[in-house]
Design a protein around this ligand. Structure first.
Ligand SMILES: Cc1ncc(COP(=O)(O)O)c(C=O)c1O
Length: 385
């Protein structure tokens, strides 16, 4: 049984993405580990690069949760970004938020830059800078909100309206919020993109990406990119992601509650310079975050009054938080952006956009929050005294 796209978020998360059980009565779908399909089958599959039951189920589930007519699944978040940018031509422009995920920046600059893509990076949290969109008339306006790692919150409705004035397509990387907390299409964006690797899957056991849209022409282009560029996910990864998504709402609630507790505590802790969390009143876009998001998500970023070496020593001393790239899983992780996720961004660019040497990013998992707090406290005391 698969419910239609009605019902509450959690009901849809549990009931969509099921099917293809045949006559077995299996409650969960099988994994279709097949490269190809017999010609003329009633479901219309031909070759797994251009479609497989497991990614069709994943795409239905993501579309339902993003409030979209269509979604297309990819092998990773970077594959999803590649799919969108592959629709452009040489000389086309993008206006992008200046604090983007490091590998998005690297893809724009070091891969698509060679083919004549022209990207301008602007602080889009500042409405005075939005005129640059009107002036440059780009094909795409590329947004991330909250941003990685500074957790800037961008006004998705306001920016989508400005993009529409000049005929630009707004793309929102919704990875840090997930559709449970934020619905970019309802706010006016044309494309909502996510690395399912993070919250949607939630278990850190595979990579994946999706692009959701209500626009049939964009959907067609995404399906074309999936097969023409070979960006499709593997069937088992699609199955794992669909399984993980069933508990998205429950996980997000725990991530958000614990992250807020830890962020508020860190703000009072000696040796911590700034804490950034969208639902802390000290956040520069706190009011906007409250309007645009259901809760603040599970990422907390803060700056230690410490050198690069002492900051890394702090990260290594933690027991509940593993020092690792990535975020959004049930387990807590810690990351030092200047030497990890944003190492591919040149140091001068990094500092200009506020990625300081003592910056630490926590991905707050679903463990008991008291254990997480005690772990942070012990590591801070040991390293900073
Ligand atoms: C905001 C954001 N977008 C995209 C990606 C890329 O996802 P993937 O690692 O699955 O390629 C990441 C990865 O960390 C991310 O944080």
């Amino acid at each position: 049984m698969s419910l239609p796209h009605s019902g509450g978020f959690t009901t849809r998360a549990v009931h969509t993405g099921r099917g293809f059980a045949g006559t077995t009565g299996a409650v969960m779908p099988p994994v279709f580990l097949t490269a190809t399909f017999a010609s003329g089958n009633p479901d219309g599959f031909d070759y797994t690069r251009s479609g497989n039951p497991n990614f069709r189920l994943l795409e239905q589930a993501v579309a339902s949760l993003e409030g979209a007519r269509h979604a297309t699944a990819f092998a990773s978040g970077v594959s999803a970004i590649t799919a969108v940018v592959s629709t452009l031509r040489s000389g086309d422009r993008i206006v992008a938020e200046q604090n983007l995920y490091g590998c998005t920046y690297r893809l724009f600059e070091r891969v698509f830059g060679k083919f004549g893509l022209d990207v301008t990076y602007i602080d889009l949290a500042e409405p005075a800078n939005w005129d640059e969109i009107r002036r440059r008339r780009p094909r795409l306006v590329w947004l991330e909100s909250p941003t990685n790692p500074l957790l800037k919150v961008l006004d998705l409705a306001g920016l989508s309206a400005v993009a529409r004035e000049v005929g630009a397509t707004t793309v929102v990387d919704n990875t840090f919020a997930s559709p449970y907390l934020q619905q970019p299409l309802a706010l006016g964006a044309t494309l909502s993109l996510a690395a399912t690797t993070k919250y949607l899957n939630g278990h850190s056991d595979c990579l994946g990406g999706v692009v959701a849209t209500n626009d049939p022409a964009w959907h067609e282009q995404m399906v074309f990119a999936q097969k023409a560029l070979g960006l499709q996910p593997g069937p088992f990864d699609a199955w794992l992601t669909t399984r993980g998504m069933r508990t998205l709402a429950l996980r997000m609630e725990r991530h958000c509650t614990s992250a807020l507790v830890l962020a508020a505590w860190l703000e009072t802790r000696r040796g911590v310079r700034h804490v950034r969390y969208p639902f802390l009143p000290s956040h520069p876009q706190y009011d906007l975050a409250r309007r645009q998001m259901r809760a603040g998500s599970g990422i907390v970023t803060f700056e230690l009054e410490a050198s690069v070496e002492a900051t890394l020593a702090f990260c290594r001393r933690l027991r509940c938080f593993t020092l690792a790239e990535s975020l959004g899983g049930v387990e807590s992780l810690v990351c030092h952006p200047p030497s990890m996720t944003h190492a591919s961004v040149p140091p001068d660019v990094r500092r200009r956009v506020g990625i300081a040497d003592g910056l630490v990013r926590l991905s707050v998992g679903i463990e008991d929050v008291d254990d997480l707090g005690a772990d942070l406290d012990a590591a801070l005391s040991e390293v900073l005294g």
